[in-house]
Design a protein around this ligand. Structure first.
Ligand SMILES: [Zn+2]
Length: 113
């Protein structure tokens, strides 16, 4: 047993995992930024049920929310649009996970001990 505190990653294992990640990214569809959020809203008509006590809010509506130049942009989607975009949003989440893992591999490569 050596005195190192961290397990050394074998270069072969590191390269294998890097190649697996690269293959998964290559096979992936488009990554759409943002997330799907379900919202219930209140309208401007004060006599509407959404202003009752307790309120009966409108919706739920599916919205696609993302950041554009530090501002949150929200678009309401039909159920069909939401189902079409959901896999693309999942791709973006998976891509971020894979990039984080690639960075962890690079760190293991840069600091092998
Ligand atoms: Zn209302």
């Amino acid at each position: 047993m050596s005195g190192t505190t961290r397990a050394r990653v074998a270069p072969g294992a590191l390269e294998r995992r890097r190649a697996e990640i690269a293959a998964e990214i290559a096979a992936m569809g488009l990554p759409l930024p943002g997330s799907l959020v379900e919202r219930r809203t209140r309208c401007g008509n004060t006599r509407c049920r959404c202003h009752d006590d307790p309120p009966r809010l409108h919706g739920p509506y599916l919205t696609w929310t993302r950041k554009v130049e530090n501002k949150t942009v929200t678009r309401t989607l039909s159920p069909e649009q939401a189902e079409r975009l959901r896999p693309l949003l999942d791709n973006a989440r998976r891509l971020r996970e894979l990039v984080s893992e690639l960075e962890a591999l690079a760190l293991a490569h840069a600091e092998p001990n």
